[in-house]
Design a protein around this ligand. Structure first.
Ligand SMILES: Cc1ncc(COP(=O)(O)O)c(C=O)c1O
Length: 399
């Protein structure tokens, strides 16, 4: 009896205080860099949130919604008016008619939308294909679902995909591929030919595509954003994810959505209900106003971002970075080999402490840190004054 007790106590001692899944997570490097930027009073070009104002009419709509007492739980899968506005916008952008009653779920940002979507379709042991370099959430998302990730390289300088490498990543366990276009961190906008290759693999493997299209409106140089769902045979196997965060400069509002076939939507809604119940009711109301902004809003947004990108490309090259020219989103991946640092983390820490600019070390976008050891990412979703100050500080690198 006493031996049994001491054995049990021994087992209890050996057990980690946190779950195996939690042990697999590392702290987000992006958030660490933000913390260091605050500590050193650096210009933070690490995290991708705008430091300029959201559109006036969108803010007013949120205030009006709160004043009108839209302050209680909404329908768990999203406010009807917001879903209607999303369906209208989706029709304008893709030509597809979707039923907002049966094919849409509103969640708390693209982040929760992605995890609810994965939980809806993934069983432990399934495989998920992810392009590398990747947005840092997809790995932990897969861990939460018990899935294994398989990676397909985007090859610099243009971040091209190799058809054979893509085909090799699909196995009989592949359940889904995650596609982020326009892409974070590379700024790549996948071409129609590349989307066709991806669609072909999905159809062949009977796999889902989960597309993260949060930078949909930020596309430059004559490139065009194409939603994978519009390709033949993809409507029934695509979960299209988007959010208000980047398009309306409201990353703190946490309103996102998934568009998916009815059966999948049912499952996404269940996951979402038990994860968060619902996204903020008044902000969904304001979202309906935002999604119905005139086309000129989207054109101007894009022009403004392209101007920021061009200013940053010139400034960064002058400071000694080699830039991988992005055609979309609001990041610039750079090559730092000219500075002679041992690795990206060392360089990023030097930048934040000595130069006063926060960036994200490239290794945080790769499984093997060596792959990103000579890269760092700049976010340029900032006011002109912020970017100018960052570039002024970076000039010190030349001395
Ligand atoms: C590719 C990508 N997806 C999703 C997100 C997160 O979106 P949200 O703030 O709507 O959760 C980000 C934010 O940086 C992102 O870059």
């Amino acid at each position: 009896m006493s031996e049994k007790i001491s054995l049990a106590a021994g087992v209890a001692e050996r057990r980690s205080p946190v779950s195996q899944k939690a042990q697999k997570f590392t702290e987000s490097v992006i958030r660490e860099m933000t913390r260091l930027a605050i500590e050193h009073n650096a210009v933070n070009l690490a995290q991708g949130f705008p430091d300029f104002a959201a559109p006036e009419e969108v803010k007013e709509a949120a205030v009006a919604a709160i004043r009108a007492d839209i302050n209680q739980y909404e329908i768990t899968w999203g406010a009807r008016e917001f879903r209607r506005a999303v369906a209208e916008r989706f029709h304008r952008d893709t030509g597809l008619e979707i039923d907002p009653e049966r094919e849409m779920t509103v969640c708390c940002g693209a982040t929760e939308t992605m995890i609810a979507s994965l939980l809806a379709i993934i069983d432990p042991g399934d495989e998920v294909v992810v392009f590398e370099p990747f947005y840092e959430n997809y790995g932990p998302d897969a861990i939460i679902c018990g899935a294994t990730t398989r990676h397909v390289r985007l090859h610099p300088p243009d971040w091209t995909i190799d058809a054979q490498e893509l085909a090799a990543a699909f196995t009989d366990r592949t359940r889904a591929i995650i596609l982020n276009t326009p892409n974070n961190p590379t700024g790549k906008v996948f071409t129609l030919a590349e989307l066709e290759l991806i669609a072909e693999q999905c159809r062949r493997a009977g796999a889902y595509a989960i597309t993260d299209e949060i930078y949909q409106f930020l596309v430059y140089d004559g490139f065009r954003h194409v939603s994978l769902v519009t390709l033949p045979g993809m409507r029934e196997r695509t979960i299209t994810i988007n959010a208000m965060s980047k398009t309306y400069s409201v990353t703190g509002w946490r309103v996102g959505y998934a568009i998916a076939p009815p059966e999948v939507t049912n499952a996404v809604r269940k996951m979402h209900d038990f994860l968060t119940v619902g996204a903020a009711a008044p902000l969904q109301q304001a979202g309906a106003t935002a999604l119905r902004l005139p086309e000129s809003y989207y054109q101007q947004l894009c022009v403004n971002y392209q101007t920021r990108r061009d200013r940053m490309l010139v400034g960064l090259e002058q400071a000694g970075f080699r830039c991988f020219r992005p055609h979309g989103a609001y990041y610039i991946m750079t090559d730092i080999s000219a500075f002679g640092f041992h690795n990206d983390v060392e360089f990023a820490r030097y930048l934040v402490r000595e130069i006063g600019v926060g960036v994200v070390p490239g290794s945080s976008f790769y499984r093997d840190p060596a792959s990103g050891a000579q890269q760092v990412r700049f976010a340029y979703c900032k006011k002109d004054a912020t970017l100018d100050e960052a570039l002024r500080r970076l000039e010190k690198l030349k001395r």
